[in-house]
Design a protein around this ligand. Sequence first.
Ligand SMILES: [Zn+2]
Length: 169
Amino acid sequence: MGVRQVGVDDAMVLLEQDWVKDRILHWEDTSAARPSLAGPTQPLPEFLAGICLRRGLGVPQRPSEATISGTVLARVDWGRWLADCPNALCANGAEMVSVQTPVFICASCGSPESGGKWYAVKFPCNKAAIERELLLRPAVALIGDVRVGRGWAPGQSLAALRAEREALS
Ligand SMILES: [Zn+2]
């Protein structure tokens, strides 16, 4: 099964920068680095809700026990932790995710299937080990003329990640 590639051009711009080379990125990393968001880092829920509002997708409520329902799984795509939109009608919706505020709503479609509720974001329990393994490979590598980045899919074992890395070198 092919894994969706999300915002690859954005990722490439990021990956050219030195400060991303020693970390797998979370939402806070890029929001702080984005010049268009100069000033204090906005909390992730406010950021996503703001986009939904500007796009006329309705305003999700503040995430709380009562307004979080369902779960999305975090994965790594081009060195970034993100989650895919679970709405079958949404094409390629995905958002970078946060460990501090592990909630998700899709800024592309507003997640209408969840009835205005947020999803909880679930990270793997071996997240640190996955990050350590991914950081052993370059942020962008080439196999022939195909670009390969730091990626991990839910369920993928550390052994499989290691085998991928060894195939790169
Ligand atoms: Zn969506």
